[in-house]
Design a protein around this ligand. Structure first.
Ligand SMILES: Cc1cc2nc3c(=O)[nH]c(=O)nc-3n(C[C@H](O)[C@H](O)[C@H](O)COP(=O)(O)OP(=O)(O)OC[C@H]3O[C@@H](n4cnc5c(N)ncnc54)[C@H](O)[C@@H]3O)c2cc1C
Length: 383
């Protein structure tokens, strides 16, 4: 089936990213993997390449293209090469929509030029040690004090939390209402050099080794009123509006990882000989890979359709949840079956399939777990 989601511009961008990965990522990736972080100046290189500014309007230094398709191409190319770009996906796919939709003109002028160049890296902090799926239960507070707010609390699992210069922090500014526990949450774009702002442990993860995932804590951090993003107390609604893009990005990344797994495995089974013949010659291998390819084709169709709908501004929260659930569950099954076909080598980090296996697992957890996706879909069915 001919794929219609990408045009010549996207394919040309694909070549640029592919060459960039070969020149600037692959030679250093083992070192980054061992250190558990990409060097800070790598983000400046991504900024120079132009990937951070694609969706940013021209007046702030970007290209002004209103499309998530270039980001999707980047997901495909990272997966194809078996690498990832640290916390940069969070910077673009998660944080940028909040700034574009909610920031005032003055805020955009302050933040977006640095966003585009990679000099100001962004992260987003929703999850807390005591609450992840149930975000309305967050306990970080921001109390009004004179011409600003005072922030207290802690966040965890924050992607890009070590390198971030600005973090979109979700905090309670008012108690929940009796009939609406989602009321009272606000978003702040917090300067990470503020007094009382502490980056805690860089967490030791089984996968996504090059992305810095951190604990953050806030002890009487003064946040100026001009760093409030959007309306006070309306933050939960903003999260709801932006989570579909985050979920689409995860769905796309997961499908792309599954596609890469099938590609890596098809090569491997041709080369590896067992009982005097390539593993590819066993009927089981052919059947396994054929079944995996069929699942990847289906996931690609779902991901492409969701991407197209998103670019048209039509992707609903339920459709994004459905795409995330389907693509991430397919990817887990496919990558596991592909790893099995590698035998013991599949368990070794030097083989890309091992990294894909570990990197992919989190797709069913972050951005909302598969169970939370099912809750959203079930609710839309009146259940
Ligand atoms: C590598 C990584 C990066 C992350 N990056 C970020 C980030 O940048 N910013 C950020 O804010 N967060 C981030 N997160 C947090 C992530 O979004 C949460 O881990 C996720 O939402 C789940 O929350 P939790 O871990 O508290 O799990 P819990 O909410 O404690 O869930 C535990 C289990 O209970 C299930 N469950 C929960 N509610 C229900 C229900 N109603 N019915 C049935 N089952 C239910 C869940 O599905 C899960 O299986 C990241 C997490 C990881 C692992």
């Amino acid at each position: 089936m001919r794929r219609t989601v990408f045009d010549e511009d996207h394919e040309s961008f694909r070549q640029t990213i592919r060459s960039f990965i070969e020149a600037e990522v692959v030679p250093h990736y083992q070192e980054w993997f061992e250190q558990g972080i990409v060097p800070r100046d790598f983000y400046l290189k991504l900024g120079e390449l132009g990937t951070f500014g694609i969706e940013v309007p021209e007046e702030y230094g970007g290209a002004g293209i209103e499309s998530f398709k270039f980001a999707a191409v980047q997901y495909e190319e990272m997966s194809r090469a078996g690498v990832s770009f640290g916390g940069s996906s969070t910077h673009v796919a998660l944080c940028l929509p909040y700034i574009l939709k909610l920031a005032t003109e003055e805020q955009k002028k302050r933040w977006l030029p640095g966003f585009v160049t990679g000099e100001t890296m962004f992260a987003i902090a929703m999850t807390e040690p005591g609450t992840g799926s149930d975000l309305a239960g967050m306990t970080t507070t921001a109390k009004r004090d004179g011409d600003g707010y005072v922030l207290n609390g802690a966040k965890t699992f924050i992607t890009g939390g070590v390198h971030a210069d600005r973090v979109i922090v979700c905090a309670r500014t008012s108690p929940p209402l009796e009939n609406n526990r989602r009321f009272g949450i606000s978003l702040f774009v917090v300067d990470t050099t503020s007094d009382g702002y502490t980056v805690g442990r860089k967490l030791d993860k089984i996968g996504l080794r090059t992305s810095d995932t951190a604990e953050l804590s806030f002890s009487d951090v003064r946040v100026p009123a001009e760093d409030l993003l959007g309306e006070e107390n309306e933050g939960f609604g903003y999260l709801g509006q932006n989570l579909p893009q985050e979920r689409l990005g995860i769905a796309f990344g997961a499908y792309a990882q599954a596609a890469a797994a099938v590609r890596f495995t098809t090569q491997y089974v041709e080369e590896r000989k067992v009982f005097g013949q390539p593993v590819a010659h066993f009927q089981n291998t052919k059947f396994e890979l054929a079944a995996c390819q069929a699942e990847v084709d289906a996931a690609q169709a779902v991901a492409d359709r969701a991407l197209e709908a998103h670019d048209l501004g039509q992707l609903t929260a339920v459709e994004a949840a459905s795409a995330k659930l389907f693509c991430t569950e397919v990817a887990s099954r496919v990558i596991d079956r592909c790893l099995q076909l590698h035998g013991g080598y599949g368990y070794m980090n030097e083989y890309p399939i091992a990294r894909l296996y570990a990197d992919n697992r989190v797709n069913r957890i972050y951005g909302g777990t598969s169970e939370v996706m099912k809750l959203i879909i079930a609710k839309s069915m009146g259940l």
